[in-house]
Ligand binder design. Structure first.
Ligand SMILES: [Zn+2]
Length: 386
């Protein structure tokens, strides 16, 4: 590796270290130099990445993936088989000696027509991408300078959709867009250099800030569990079924979270999921329990959650008219617990921002299950919990 990567490392750290742009292990960046694509490898957070955190890939081999026939079909088996084959071809597209696993979006990075690509999950931008009126407002604000990509399975399918979209623009003699919005996910921005990336991101931020009807209140803070010891024990038991011997738990309350605790209807945005980051780090959705409910009721509700998703909840909202209201958070290990708390806070902020863009639009069950089951995402959450 050499000086060529200085700008890539610098822009990755600049945006990666600032939680308004990306949290936990999310987001990815890349640089094209001749026939080599340097793309963020899985398991290297942008905030601290250096030259060693990028996988080197042969662009001609990546391009050849588009000439390969993969199984069509949308049933689970066909999708899994296609993703497995594409992943194998992606790994084979790494230059000899490369052992790191490239970002699952490497194929997409390669086809975008700029040398430098910075893909982020900004909280404010996700207020737009998770907003009921997000697509209409994006069109209103940026016109042809943006593309809106509906919720799409990550990896090959997403890359294909964006490839087709860009080819369609070329056919209409329309320039590549400044912003590629991914519904319920984030945004892709490309440029010739860091200056162009900064200009686009600051323009995007300013345009969205001008539309805000309110900013999020303070986030909930960690506090001691206010309920009885028996209640804490049952919550730990409910979650330890999945998170096992490394179970770590905490309790958070106050701030923006208060708005979601009066009843299950108010909690709906947190019972659902906004983006893949929330699913990966904070589970497929929160479990809502009445804080004043019986332990038996809690156990029954937890069992149906686990039966439905095949895993225990990371976030248990204790709602209703009770002093014990708040969120019990559980995960396997301290780092995973910190990430679950972080993503709960992020969900609260994104939800608050969606109020300026028509209110929250949640992911559907099929997509959530796809992410939960997706081997690649499991790999990412495993690395993040180490
Ligand atoms: Zn992403």
């Amino acid at each position: 590796m050499n000086d060529i990567l200085n700008d890539l490392v610098a822009v990755s750290r600049e945006y990666g270290a600032d939680p308004q742009w990306v949290v936990a292990g999310g987001g990815n960046t890349s640089l094209k130099v001749d026939d080599i694509l340097y793309v963020k490898a899985s398991g290297f957070p942008l905030a601290t990445i250096d030259e060693g955190g990028f996988a080197r890939m042969d662009r001609s081999k990546l391009a050849a993936i588009w000439n390969t026939d993969y199984p069509a079909g949308e049933d689970t088996a066909a999708v899994a088989e296609r993703e497995r084959l594409v992943l194998a071809d992606m790994m084979a597209a790494c230059v000899p000696g490369e052992e790191k696993r490239p970002s699952v979006e490497a194929l997409l990075h390669d086809l975008l027509p700029w040398p430098l690509i910075v893909h982020l999950h900004p909280t404010l931008v996700n207020g737009l991408t998770c907003g009921m009126k997000g697509q209409a407002i994006a069109g209103e604000l940026f016109g042809e300078a943006q593309e809106w990509i509906p919720v799409t399975d990550p990896g090959y399918v997403l890359a294909k959709v964006i490839k087709d979209t860009l080819e369609n623009r070329t056919a209409r003699s329309v320039n590549a867009p400044d912003f590629i919005f991914l519904a319920n996910h984030g945004v892709f921005v490309g440029g010739a250099d860091i200056g162009e990336i900064r200009e686009k991101y600051s323009r995007l931020k300013k345009s969205l800030e001008d539309r805000l009807v309110r900013s999020p209140d303070a986030l909930p803070v960690k506090t001691t569990f206010p309920g009885a010891a028996a209640q804490r024990e049952i919550l730990s038991k409910i979650t330890s079924n999945f998170f096992g011997v490394n179970l770590e738990t905490t309790f958070v309350s106050g701030g923006e979270l208060e708005k979601y605790l009066p009843d299950a209807d108010a909690a709906a945005p947190l019972i659902g999921s906004l983006t893949p980051d929330h699913i990966v780090y904070a589970g497929p959705g929160a479990l809502y329990l009445e804080a004043g409910g019986s332990l038996k009721e809690w156990e029954t509700a937890a069992k149906s959650f686990s039966d439905f998703w095949g895993k225990s909840p990371n976030i248990i909202l204790l709602g209703g008219n009770s002093e014990n209201a708040g969120a019990f958070v559980a995960a396997s290990g301290e780092k995973a617990l910190d990430n679950a708390v972080l993503l709960l806070g992020n969900a609260l902020e994104v939800c608050a921002f969606t109020e300026s863009f028509g209110g929250p639009l949640l992911l559907d069950e099929r997509f959530i299950r796809f992410i939960v089951d997706w081997e690649v995402e499991n790999y990412r959450s495993k690395l993040a919990s180490i």
